[in-house]
Design a protein around this ligand. Structure first.
Ligand SMILES: [Zn+2]
Ligand SMILES: [Zn+2]
Length: 158
């Protein structure tokens, strides 16, 4: 036990701080499953670590993604979002305000099999996103018109 304490003291302050920052970032990301942007997470983490920088948030999110603790969600035409749940799952996204929730269905593990032999590609995985309107935007006529137009013309401008 004493040895361990001595060892811990040898770790540089910088390294210790990084570890603590990473832990707080992960905790805040996992606290609520809102799939925040780095900016949104920065605002939350700052309440606990007032001196944290946005750059530190980005660096840690990148590292946590690399080691498989979290997922980075790439969404066409908008900021990256981060997901504290590392296991494969699908999302439902509000096309009007950008809210993202987990879609309550199990991963379709056999989807790749359906493509077997039909393409020159070796299929290694898939991504699936459901699009719609969140409860709030469903009440908004403009949002409903926007979504209807968007989803009727998925390849059109906007
Ligand atoms: Zn919405
Ligand atoms: Zn998710």
């Amino acid at each position: 036990m004493h040895c361990l304490d001595k060892k811990n003291h040898l770790v540089s302050n910088d390294k210790l701080r990084m570890t603590q920052q990473r832990r707080v970032i992960l905790e805040e990301l996992r606290k609520e499953n809102t799939h925040p942007t780095a900016d949104q997470l920065y605002e939350t983490v700052r309440k606990r670590l007032p001196h944290v920088s946005l750059g530190t948030i980005y660096r840690n999110l990148e590292l946590l993604t690399t080691i498989g603790e979290i997922q980075t969600l790439e969404i066409a035409g908008s900021q990256k979002r981060y997901d504290g749940v590392a296991q494969q799952h699908y999302h439902v996204r509000c096309v009007y305000c950008g809210r993202i929730d987990d879609a309550p269905i199990a991963p379709l593990n056999r989807l790749e099999d359906k493509l077997y032999g039909t393409t020159v590609y070796t299929i290694m995985g898939h991504r699936l996103e459901f699009l719609g309107l969140c409860p709030e935007c469903s009440q908004n006529e403009e949002a409903v018109r926007f979504a209807e137009h968007l989803l009727a013309h998925p390849n059109g401008p906007n």
